[in-house]
Ligand binder design. Sequence first.
Ligand SMILES: [Ca+2]
Length: 137
Amino acid sequence: MRTTFKWTLSTIIAVMAMIALSLGLSTQASASSSFGTGTGNGSTSACASWTMCIFSDNGYKGSVLKQFGDDSYSLSGTEYSRFNDKTSALINNSYSYYCFFENLFSGLTFQINPRTTVPSVNSWINDRITSWLVGTC
Ligand SMILES: [Ca+2]
């Protein structure tokens, strides 16, 4: 009986540890965004199941970088550096504000509201976006 109880208790502890571990892993996964790339088709549908997307051409065309999950990011020096200084259109499908920056979280800024689509960004930030933060500018 005693052995059975100890086994049960250790099993509970092991299960709780596994739950804690999986929670920790899932928290970590949501904190760091995942990305996808593709080609814009001229409609907002290319970004439908993604949190936020940037397009190289006006009207949701050209190359598109799709981010899943709200997170800040810098294009400079990353595997997606080819999108640096290329953005001409944006889609924000999240419920958060986004602040886009000309440089590494500095320089000119461009803010978009939650649930907002921007087919052509303002000329002063066109082809200049290098990084973004979740939140207002
Ligand atoms: Ca830039």
